[in-house]
Design a protein around this ligand. Structure first.
Ligand code: NAP
Length: 315
């Protein structure tokens, strides 16, 4: 098992991390530095049901994000937007080593061997030789599927072969993680989960902290609910910031890695402009009261196909 580094231990305490710019990083449990804030590239479709103009949108968003100073991009095989990173790299939008790239593995044929062919496709689409972080997108696609331990063993091989700088998971339960601890060698570096002011995932965060796993939030804007919440609206007025800035800052102040996705350049700039203010302890406590402990996305126990046992149904 990998040992948690000293910096992770500090980061995982109750102290507010030192937040200065979009280049701020957190040290993962294997020593790799990961930016705390990045941009997402999921545009509401997936590769199996049709992408519309998602690759184009992702390219535009990546170019705007890099210009705004972001240093991390999140994508996934299932989003169909990995080629956007390849296009941006070919256009010389950034130097590969300057940007932290995360992708995720999910496939209708999930299993040990399949990981390597999907991974090769991912690298080729992205025009890169390696990933900074590779995540298992979901522990399972549907309730009675049970392949994630084998998938993780393939991830361990990719890591040992130096093809990914860090490996992690997404949408796992505590029980799924415990199986990895007991049946495999490497502790995940990151757990990417649904997390927002209304679903704060305190138990999972405490569990990950205990095991040296950094938590990363997806859909931090709570499917738009933050724009209608009176507490967040009031705090936005008080700090002369927007609802997204309050929400992103709320996550960062708790040491949660996160990302937002926006088609509009001004929104990307806005969402990254969170380093010139600090939410007070009292207001953080107020935001804590918004937790309803209810997820909106799929339950990791069910998987994205959610309740269906029909393997051929597209995720
Ligand atoms: N691991 C997983 O299972 C998982 C699941 C979901 C997402 N993710 C990752 O997380 C990323 C972010 O999540 P997300 O895309 O679901 O949601 P999000 O970033 O929480 O919210 C995106 C939505 O908010 C809007 N928005 C963004 N900035 C705004 C601003 N400043 N003012 C007003 N509206 C704003 C966007 O508008 P526009 O539509 O106009 O751009 C979009 O509709 C994804 O792109 C993906 O990379 C991972």
């Amino acid at each position: 098992m990998l040992i948690m580094s000293a910096e992770s231990a500090i980061y995982n305490s109750n102290e507010i991390p030192h937040l200065t710019s979009l280049a701020d990083c957190v040290r993962l449990n294997n020593g790799v530095m990961m930016p705390r804030l990045g941009i997402g590239t999921w545009f509401d479709h997936d590769r199996w049901t049709g992408l519309e103009n998602d690759i184009e949108l992702a390219v535009t968003s990546i170019l705007a994000g890099i210009k705004a100073g972001y240093r991390a991009i999140d994508t996934a095989y299932s989003y169909g937007t990995e080629p956007a990173i390849g296009i941006a790299l070919r256009e010389g939008a950034f130097k590969r080593e300057e940007i932290f790239i995360t992708s995720k593995y999910m496939s209708l044929e999930m299993g040990y061997d399949d990981v390597f062919s999907i991974f090769d496709e991912t690298l080729s689409d992205m025009n890169t030789e390696y990933l900074d972080l590779y995540l298992i997108h979901w522990a399972k696609l549907y309730p009675d599927q049970d392949v994630f331990v084998d998938v993780w063993k393939a991830f361990e091989k990719l890591y040992k072969d130096g093809r990914v700088r860090a490996i992690g998971v997404s949408n796992f339960t505590k029980e799924h993680l415990e199986r990895l601890f007991n049946e495999t060698e490497i502790v995940p570096a990151v757990h990417q989960i649904e997390l927002n002011p209304f679903f704060q995932q305190k138990e999972m965060r405490a569990f990950c902290m205990q095991h040296g796993i950094q938590v990363e939030a997806w859909t931090i804007l709570g499917y738009g609910r933050i724009f209608y919440n009176e507490t967040i609206k009031t705090l936005a007025k008080k700090y002369k910031k927007t609802e997204t800035q309050i929400t992103v800052r709320w996550a960062l102040q708790q040491g949660i890695i996160t990302m937002t996705r926006a088609e509009r350049e001004d929104w990307l700039i806005e969402n990254g402009n969170v380093f010139d203010f600090e939410i007070s302890k009292e207001d953080m406590a107020l935001l804590e009261t918004l937790n309803t402990n209810q997820r909106i996305g799929a339950d990791p126990n069910d998987g994205p196909i959610g309740g269906s046992t029909e393997k051929q149904q597209k995720p």
